[in-house]
Every structure is written in C-alpha cells, then in structure tokens.
Unconditional design. Structure first.
Lengths: 245, 279
C-alpha cells in the first residue's frame, strides 16, 4: 500500500477537505475509498459524520459541532498511516440497459455525424467500455463516470436544454452519464436508461457506490418499456457482478 | 389538521435537514434561517428538529382544526390571527377554526410558523424537509393538510423574546474556501471592497448576484460543496449554494459562509445588498 501525499484543509467550520494528487486515477480513488471505509468502521461515529468521496478528494462533514482544525488534522494523518488494507467494501459491476432508439436518443445522429462514424458504431463504442464511478452528486443518484473512449469525445452542446428527460443518457467531453431525474442539461442525449438506480423509497436509496463499475448494453423499445414498468413497481432485477478487489 | 386554504407563493415543510445521504447526491435541505427557527422551537419547548412551515415572500391562509400553540419567526409578513395582528417570537394559543393569514411583506424574505411538538408528516430518508423528488412534492399546495398534535394546556417558561432577527444585517462573514488561494489581487479587491446585489436567480438552491468579478480559467476535478459554499464561474459570476444546493460541483469554491451568514442571506431577496467579510 502506497502512502500518497495528502493535503488537509478546513472547509468552513463543519467540514474538512482531504485532497490526494490531482489525477483521475483508479489507484488514487481506491486509496480514498479504503481510507474512507476505515474511518467509518473504526474511527468516526457515522451518526455525526458524512463522508463524500469524489475523484481525488474526500470531504468529511460534521453534523452539528465545529471542528477544531489543527488537532483533528493530525488525527486524520495518524489514521491515514494506520489504515488497513483489509478494510474494503464490496464493489460491483452494474450492467445497465439503455435504449438507443432515436425517439429517446435525440442527439445520436448528430453525435455520429460529428464523430464521423455510424450510429451503430457510436452504440458499439458506448456499450463496449466499462466505466468507473468517480463520484456521485449534482443530482441525487447522478454518477460521474470515467473511462469514456476518446473516439466518443464530443464537446458539450452549445445550448443548455431547459428539460432533459429522466433517465436520459448523455455524452459531453470526457464524460458520459445518466440524468436521474428531469432537469436542465447541456449534454448530448444518446439514449435512455429507465431502471431506478436511485429511489428515495428504498432504505439505501442509491444502489451504486463510488468505485463501482458501469457497463451499458443496448435494448429494444419493448424491453425498455418492460424494464420501466418493472422499475416503477419495484420488481426490476438489477444485473450486477461482484468484483474481486 | 392544519388546512392550507391558500398555500401562498412558496410554502414548504422543513426541519433541520436530511443528513447522511450527501454521498448519494442528496442535498441536506432543512430550514434556510435556522437561527430564527431554533428560537421559535425553543419558545415552544420543542425538539430542535421539530418541523415548521417555511413561508416565502407571500404568505398562506391557514385554518387550524384543533387547539394548539404557535410561534411566528423570521420575516415580518403582517400576519393576523382571526384578523388581529400578531407578532414574531411570541407564544399564541390557537383554537379550532382559527384562521392565520399573512399580508404585506415588511422586512426579510422567509417567515416561519412553528407549532407545539412540530408538524407531522412522513419521514423520508430521515427528514420531513420537502425536496423534490426525494419527497413527492417540492412545496405545499392549496387545500393541502398537515397533521399536528392537539394541545390544550401548555404553560411556556418564556412567553416572548425580544428581537432575535438578523434581517437587518448585510455583512456576510466568510472563511477562505478550498480554492481561495487561486484568486489574484484583482479578484480579492472586488470581493471584499464592494457590495453585491441579489440577482433574480435566487432560491433555496442558491443565490446569484448582479455584479461579476474577474473571470478565470481554473479547471478542477468535481469535489464536494456545502450550504454556504461560494463558487465562481469561469465568467466571474458568484454562486452561493444554499440548503437545497447540489452536493458536488466543479467550480472553484472560493469562500465559505458562516452559519450565521447563511441565515442573513436567507432573508435577502432580489436587489438586496450584501458584502463579504473575511474572518
């Protein structure tokens, strides 16, 4: 296990920001997640603390009290040295169904033209890569996915749409992702994923965690409709594969 | 039940907020001006997490169906109980059929109605705070009904508080945000030596301002944000995230408002001026 250089800074009086080297890097993300699990299991009372990992950072937020920065910083450094490799939470590869039918994929033809490939090739590229969840935020259940092939990089749309459908699958620059609810959005929409990754009615509302992997597969309109109904009534069975750490 | 005969411009049910789900991207929500709500709940000897109505700009018309005790707090909104004017930070007994209505907004922007033992509603992910789509609706509508305890006997230890409001204040105390050091002198001068007027884009999610400061080309990896985080867009626009604000963001976080500053800003509306003071 390598000890990375970490910067620790106050972020208001209720939070502390820990930053690893500024890189989109799976090894760094893995170190953050291991340390975060160690803190939750052995160091911090999770009733009082929220831990938010994203890319190269971990933010620790205290619910009520103010943090006395200097001594707590030293404590965090000590915990980092003491962290154990054995503390790991399970990781999964989630296979998510996407309907690339042009009724949903309103920008798919334009994206194919921009990339100078066929629509089928865009779908093939999008479904043949495995993406890593580097963060969850922006909207409840929105996943920041890393690992988009260069061949799918298109600039953001010049104009932000006032309304993007729930489940819309978007592409923009080095990112792809799913809008978990209707919202304004500036990404190119190339499909729709109707399965409920986030559902506030569940005790654990978000199935996917930072560090998990995502792979999309293409489905027909009929399958899309079926999964949508299954999702709404709460019987959709997610396809997930446990990953060896 | 409390019946909302008219719901007003934007009335929501709020408690202290929804903790423990920010890693799922769920905003913390909760009352915007927690300072005045804590005082109102204290007068009623309530739990500090007791749910209250947050009433924005134009108030509702409400009818009580059982006896209880209430306290109003926050913005001055010319409230009347059965057509008699009533004031903030004072315990009032209400009876079945009584009507509480709101008039002209005199000062501040968000008023609160606290009730003995708090309003009851379904707790979702640990909180009653309304935030769509975590709760089925983002605000209360005409003819909605809210449950509360019938209370006929309550002898408050304190009947009334002198003014506890921060609505007159305009100076927001801030500490340095994580990306503060990326600012140059030109930015700093504008941040701390001028006033900012609230732009028309302001809500429970965030506040923007009319005045811009210098733009920038700083790019960073997405990282956590908090209520009170001041972000700067590449064009130099400032965005202060509030209680329903997103939990992560990719704009530099240059300042962080104190808890008190969040309460002060929560009472500001379009055109109101504020300034930042580094502490």
């Amino acid at each position: 296990m390598i000890d990375h250089p970490i910067s620790i800074r106050p972020f208001g009086v209720h939070a502390i920001l820990m930053e690893w080297p500024i890189k989109v890097d799976e090894a760094i993300l893995e170190d953050i997640l291991q340390y975060s699990s160690y803190l939750k299991l052995e160091c911090l009372d999770t009733k009082d603390w929220e831990l938010v990992p994203a890319y190269n950072s971990l933010t620790l937020i205290q619910r009520n009290k103010s943090i006395v920065f200097e001594p707590f910083k030293v404590q965090l450094q000590t915990w980092y040295k003491e962290r154990k490799e054995s503390v790991k939470s399970d990781k999964y590869l989630w296979k998510l169904p996407v309907c690339y039918d042009l009724d949903f994929a309103i920008d798919l033809e334009e994206v194919a033209q921009t990339l100078k490939v066929s629509v089928a090739e865009v779908i093939h590229l999008h479904t043949s890569h495995v993406y890593t969840v580097f963060g969850i935020g922006f909207l409840p259940g929105f996943m920041y996915l890393g690992g988009l092939p260069e061949a799918l990089e298109v600039p953001r749309r010049a104009e932000v749409r006032q309304k993007v459908e729930k489940g819309a699958v978007g592409l923009a620059a080095k990112q792809t992702g799913i809008y978990p609810q209707e919202s304004p959005g500036g990404w190119h929409i190339i499909g729709n994923c109707s399965v409920p990754i986030f559902d506030a009615k569940r005790e654990e509302p978000c199935l996917v965690n930072v560090g998990d992997k995502i792979q999309f597969y293409s489905i027909s309109r009929a399958e899309y409709k079926l999964h949508k109904i299954e999702g709404e009534v709460g019987i959709y069975q997610f396809e997930k594969i446990k990953l060896d750490a | 039940m409390l019946k909302l005969l008219k719901s007003g411009f934007y009335t929501t049910l709020q408690d202290e907020g929804r903790f423990g789900y920010r890693h799922n991207g769920v905003p913390v929500s909760g009352v915007m001006d927690i300072w005045v709500v804590q005082n109102a709940n204290r007068l009623l000897e309530n739990d500090k997490n007791a749910a209250v109505l947050e009433i924005t700009m134009t108030g509702p018309t409400l009818q009580f169906e059982q006896e209880t005790f209430i306290v109003l707090a926050g913005a001055e909104m010319s409230a009347t109980l059965n057509n008699q004017p009533i004031s903030n930070y004072k315990v009032y007994q209400v009876g079945a059929g009584d009507i509480l209505s709101y008039g002209r907004l005199v000062q501040g922007f968000r008023g609160y109605l606290a009730i003995k033992n708090g309003f009851k509603s379904k707790i979702i992910l640990g909180s009653r705070s309304q935030y769509f789509p975590i709760t089925t609706s983002g605000s209360l509508k005409d003819n909605d009904e809210l449950e509360y305890d019938e209370v006929s006997i309550f002898n408050p230890k304190i009947l009334e508080l002198q003014t506890v409001s921060l609505v007159d204040e305009i100076v927001l105390e801030v500490t340095k945000g994580p990306e503060y050091e990326l600012l140059d002198d030109m930015h700093l001068e504008k941040l701390f030596f001028k006033e900012f007027a609230v732009a028309k884009e302001y809500s429970r999610m965030g506040y923007q301002f009319e005045e811009k400061i210098q733009g920038h080309k700083i790019s960073m990896l997405t990282s956590a944000t908090l209520p009170g985080t001041v972000q700067i867009t590449p064009a130099g626009k400032l965005i202060v995230l509030m209680k329903d604000g997103q939990t992560t963001g990719g704009y530099p976080r240059i300042l962080q408002l104190s808890d008190k500053a969040i309460c002060i800003l929560a009472q500001k509306k379009f055109g109101d001026k504020i300034s930042f003071k580094l502490v």
